[in-house]
Design a protein around this ligand. Sequence first.
Ligand SMILES: [Zn+2]
Length: 332
Amino acid sequence: MDDNQDFAIHVVGHEWAVDLLKRQQKNERVPQSLLITGPPNIGKSSVARFFAQYLNCQGESRPCGVCLSCRKTVSGNHPDIRIFDDDNNPLKIDQVRTLQRELSLSPLEGRYRVALLCNFERATTSAANALLKTLEEPASQVVIILTAPDPGNLLATIVSRCQVLTLRPLPDADVLDALQNRWQVLPEQAELLAQLAAGRLGWAVNALADESFIARRAQYLDDLLDLLRMHRAERLTYAYGMSRDTAALKEALTQWLIIWRDLLLLRSGSQTRIINLDWLDALQNIAHRGSAVQAKEMVVRLQTALQNLERNVNPRLNLEIVLLKLPLYADI
Ligand SMILES: [Zn+2]
């Protein structure tokens, strides 16, 4: 490792949560079970990783970003810090049992053994039930951190054992500032990403690394324009094809939601907070064909469709409902 490099984990925003955790540690009231909730890509695991580093840092001003513990935390080699963050493989009972054995032992190098279980709503029920025992009788010097979008996604008995921190989306200006100053994104691209991110810095950073995102975004606009010209049968055919890839469907619905929000603003006579400024001509062409009420209804329908996807409603039916309610603009 480079001796001059700073390995301190910085959390962008969420100052209240960071301050609270630091204060609790200083007052020797470290929470043994923590649940961090909030929308995807908002910074839940960043806050958790920060706290893991903070708790075990050996430096003066924590986290110092220089000591061996800070370095090991960042490189994923700290023997007292276990992180489960695999989107494709939900946490299973065997992994919880192995973790429980580790957590029953004293820390090897640090002050605390920390286990971070990301997206715990995806854990199997048997894994969640197994973890409950550890949450009920935690060993001292153990901190278990769970993350999930919403406490409602977890067993109530798990939530009641945890200190809950609810993170909110960051102000757009904070996302913009971080993109420009920490990630060195050029102003125009940073502006667009900050608007699209809706306060989720992690989303913007992922989009930045995803070279095909800009092309996909343009495709979703083209698809929407095509769909507005299509009749019922063609729309159902589109729904059949699109609904087979849930991740793409979610992304398409999200982009359409942002477009319809823009159309709602245009139809209400406001251009102040338009997000897709680079598409203003195309949007204005659609805006004058319908009412603000109709645009508002589309916004609500798209929001509902996105929520339904999270609840595992059949993707195809979900999309069909949206597409059949789209207005028909045959001549655009
Ligand atoms: Zn340190």
